[in-house]
Design a protein around this ligand. Structure first.
Ligand code: ATP
Ligand code: MG
Length: 429
C-alpha cells in the first residue's frame, strides 16, 4: 500500500494538476496481471477502478455499461475468435471509451486486427510495471487529439459515405441487412443515417419499416439539381432517433430510365444532410445499379449458399472491380438455406470469390418474422438474434476509412471447379 501511495504522489506531481478521476473497469483473468493493472491505474482512477476477475467473455455478458466509462482493460483470454469478440465489445461500450486488450499472444497481426476494430492498444502478458499506465496515457492523449479509431467526433468530420447493399439473387436478405446495418450504425455513431431504396417499382424497404413510400424519389432522380437540403428533410422519413428512410412505389406499368449519373448526383445532394447513406440496390435495373455502385464508398455484397448465388456474386464482384475499384467490398452470406444444409459451403464462397466472408448471417426465422411483424429493423425487433451478432463486427469497422478494394473475382474456371466439387459431393451422398 505504501508503494501505491508513493506512486500516487509521484504521478500527481508529474501531472501537476487536478484532473477528474478516470472511470475505469478491467476484466483480467490472471491475479498477478490484475494486481499490476490495479497499481498502474491507481492514481488516475483515484483508486476507484472496478477491477474484476474475468475476460472478454465476461465483459460481453454485460448489458448495461456506465455511460461515463472512460477506460476498459480487457483480457482476451482464450477467446476462440478474439477479433469478432473485440469488435462486438467495441460496439457495446460507450463511443468515447478507450479499450485496451491484454493477452498471452504476442503477435503483430493480432495487434493490427484489434486496432482495426477500434481497440486503442494491446499489451502482451506478463505486464511490466508502468506499461499499462503508459498505454492508457498514450491512448487518452490520442483521444484528446481526436485521432483515436472510432472516435465519434472525429468520424463526424470525415467524408460522406455510401454503403450499397446488393443481393446476388432475389430474396437473399439484402433489404433486411441494409436496414439492420443502417440502424446499428446510427446507434453506434449516435448519428443520423438514411436508407434509400433505389428499387423504385418493387422495393420493399419502406414496407419493411412501416413507412410511407413517396412519389418524389423518381422526380429527384430525374432532376437531382433541384434537390436541396429542405427537399431531403421533407422526403426522408424518420423511423427512430438515428434512422431515416426514402423509398418509392412507382406503378409497375411505368418504366424508368435513369439519366447518366442521376444516382451519383442525387446521393451528393443527400450527403448535404446525411453523412451516412445506406442504399438498397435493385438487381432489375442494371443502369441504376451501376450508377449506385460507382457513387458508393462501400459495398456489402450478400449471397446465399447456392451455386447460382455464388456465380452471380462473382459476376457482381467483377463488376464492382471494373467500375468502382476504389470501393471497400464487404461480403456476407445469408438466405433462408441454413449453412449446414446448403450445397455450397462458406469456404467454397471464399475460394471462388478469392476473399474472406465478413459476415455469416444465420437463418433466424423468428427474428426475421419479428422484424416484419413489428415493422422494425431486425436489430430493434430481435437485438439478441444471431443476425445482429453476426453484423456487429462489420458495423464496428465500417466507419473507419475505407480500405482498398478486394482482389477481383476468381476466374470462370474456379466456378467450374466449385460446380464439379459440389456435384461430386452430391454423388457421394
Ligand atoms: N437471416 C434470415 N433468416 C430468416 N429469414 C430471413 C433472413 N433474412 C431475411 N429473411 C426473410 O427473407 C425474406 C427476404 O428478405 P429480404 O427482403 O431482406 O431479401 P432481399 O434480398 O432484399 O429480397 P429482394 O430480392 O426481393 O429484394 C423476408 O421475408 C425476410 O424476412
Ligand atoms: Mg430487397
Amino acid at each position: 500500500m505504501a508503494s501505491a501511495s508513493a506512486s500516487v504522489q509521484q504521478i500527481s506531481a508529474s501531472a501537476g494538476e487536478e484532473r477528474p478521476a478516470v472511470t475505469a473497469m478491467a476484466f483480467v483473468t490472471d491475479a498477478v496481471a490484475q494486481g499490476r493493472v490495479s497499481a498502474d491505474l491507481f492514481n488516475m482512477t483515484l483508486g476507484k477502478a472496478n477491477i474484476r476477475e474475468g475476460s472478454i467473455a465476461t465483459a460481453l455478458a454485460i448489458t448495461e455499461w456506465p455511460r461515463d466509462l472512460d477506460l476498459l482493460v480487457v483480457d482476451l483470454g482464450d477467446a476462440a475468435d478474439p477479433i469478432a469478440d473485440a469488435a462486438a465489445l467495441k460496439t457495446a461500450v460507450p463511443g468515447g471509451c478507450v479499450v485496451i486488450g491484454v493477452g498471452r499472444i504476442n503477435d503483430v497481426a493480432l495487434y493490427r486486427d484489434l486496432m482495426a476494430v477500434g481497440f486503442n492498444d494491446y499489451l502482451a502478458l506478463p505486464l511490466v510495471e508502468g506499461v499499462a499506465r503508459r498505454a492508457v496515457e498514450r491512448a487518452f492523449e490520442a483521444r484528446e487529439r481526436g485521432t483515436v479509431t472510432g472516435n465519434v467526433a472525429a468520424a463526424k468530420d470525415a467524408r460522406p459515405r455510401t454503403l450499397a447493399v446488393i443481393g446476388s439473387r432475389g430474396g437473399v436478405g439484402a433489404t433486411t441487412l441494409a436496414i439492420a446495418v443502417a440502424d446499428m450504425l446510427g446507434n453506434r455513431l449516435k448519428e443520423e443515417v438514411v436508407l434509400i431504396d433505389f428499387d423504385l417499382h418493387y422495393g420493399s424497404l419502406m414496407l419493411a419499416l412501416d413507412l410511407e413510400a413517396i412519389e418524389a424519389l423518381r422526380e429527384a432522380l430525374d432532376q437531382p439539381d433541384r434537390v436541396d437540403a429542405l427537399f431531403i428533410q421533407q422526403v426522408a422519413q424518420k423511423k427512430t432517433e438515428y434512422l431515416y428512410a426514402i423509398g418509392a412505389e412507382e406503378a409497375p406499368t411505368g418504366g424508368f430510365q435513369a439519366r447518366p449519373h442521376a444516382a451519383g448526383d442525387f446521393l451528393r445532394s443527400v450527403h448535404r444532410r446525411f453523412r451516412w447513406v445506406v442504399a438498397d440496390v435493385p438487381r432489375g435495373n442494371p443502369a441504376l445499379q451501376r450508377q449506385v455502385i460507382e457513387a458508393s464508398t462501400d459495398i456489402l455484397l450478400v449471397t446465399d449458399l447456392s451455386l447460382p448465388g455464388v456465380r452471380d456474386a462473382m459476376r457482381l464482384q467483377q463488376l464492382v472491380h471494373d467500375i468502382a475499384p476504389h470501393v471497400h467490398l464487404h461480403l456476407a452470406t445469408s438466405g433462408v438455406i441454413e449453412a449446414r444444409r446448403s450445397a455450397v459451403k462458406v469456404a467454397d464462397v471464399e475460394r471462388t470469390l478469392n476473399c474472406k466472408v465478413d459476415c455469416q448471417i444465420p437463418t433466424d426465422m423468428a427474428a426475421a418474422l419479428a422484424a416484419v411483424n413489428l415493422g422494425k429493423p431486425v436489430s430493434g425487433a430481435a437485438p439478441n438474434s444471431g443476425i445482429v451478432k453476426a453484423l456487429k463486427p462489420l458495423v464496428a469497422t465500417l466507419d473507419s476509412e475505407p480500405g482498398s478494394a478486394r482482389s477481383p473475382a476468381g476466374s470462370a474456371g474456379t466456378l467450374m471447379r466449385l460446380a464439379r466439387s459440389f456435384k461430386d459431393r452430391k454423388a457421394k451422398k
